[in-house]
Design a protein around this ligand. Structure first.
Ligand code: BEZ
Length: 213
């Protein structure tokens, strides 16, 4: 399987999950999606990650984004481990976890990096847009737990820039000023950005975030 790149269609699959058999594209429907893998059940970092994601349900819902996890362990193991996650992280895991024992989905998404670990998935993250296209990929090693605030921040940027002619600068957070896309002339920017803009250089123009009142 070739590496998946930004703009590619997210491969569809049908998989066994802790919430029953799921067809990925049907499950996504019109939502955005996050598909993320972790190396193994009953491991400490993964336990904190899945607990954290379940606590962020409201944040993902606000962004019309569904979340699905994956590891190559089996269903019985996932279901038993969820009890530990719920207990130790004081939460209730409320998203499906794929039991990818035959490594079908990990293969499709290139989640096994043999020079890091020949048998287990690394910490891959795919953000999938409401058009089923891949909008973001990030890969972390097993030893580093992910920053899910960063994931929400990127989804905010992806959703903003999909509908407005802006891009988001370094360390941007929702509510901060944005940069005007280089494709927009300063003449057009006057009508497109009624809140105004500051031209620091002809190619560097800052405007208040357009989708806020
Ligand atoms: C963990 O989730 O804690 C973990 C998994 C694999 C290797 C190292 C840490």
């Amino acid at each position: 399987m070739a590496t998946l790149r930004l703009g590619d269609e997210a491969p569809n699959f049908t998989a066994q999950t802790t919430e029953g058999e799921i067809n990925f594209h049907e499950w996504l429907g019109d939502s955005w999606g996050v598909l993320f893998s972790h190396p193994a059940d009953y491991t400490p970092v993964c336990t904190t990650e899945l607990g954290t994601v379940s606590k962020y349900t409201e944040e993902f819902n606000k962004r019309n984004t569904k979340v699905m996890a994956l590891s190559v362990d089996g269903l019985a193991s996932h279901k038993d481990w969820i009890k530990d996650i719920n207990e130790t992280q004081a939460t209730t895991v409320n998203f499906p976890i794929i039991a990818d024992e035959d490594r079908k989905v990990s293969g499709l998404y290139d989640m096994i990096h043999p020079n890091a670990d020949s048998k287990h998935t690394v910490r891959s993250v795919f953000v999938i847009g409401d058009d089923k296209k891949i909008k973001l990929t990030i890969t972390y090693p097993a030893s580093t737990g992910r920053n899910f605030d960063e994931l929400l921040r990127v989804i905010d940027s992806l959703q903003l820039t999909q509908y407005h002619s802006v891009a988001t600068p370094a360390n941007w957070n929702n509510g901060d000023d944005c940069v005007i896309a280089p494709s927009i002339s300063s003449e057009d920017a006057k009508t497109k950005f009624p809140k105004g803009f500051k031209e620091l250089k002809p190619y560097l123009r800052m405007t208040p975030q357009p989708n806020l009142n």
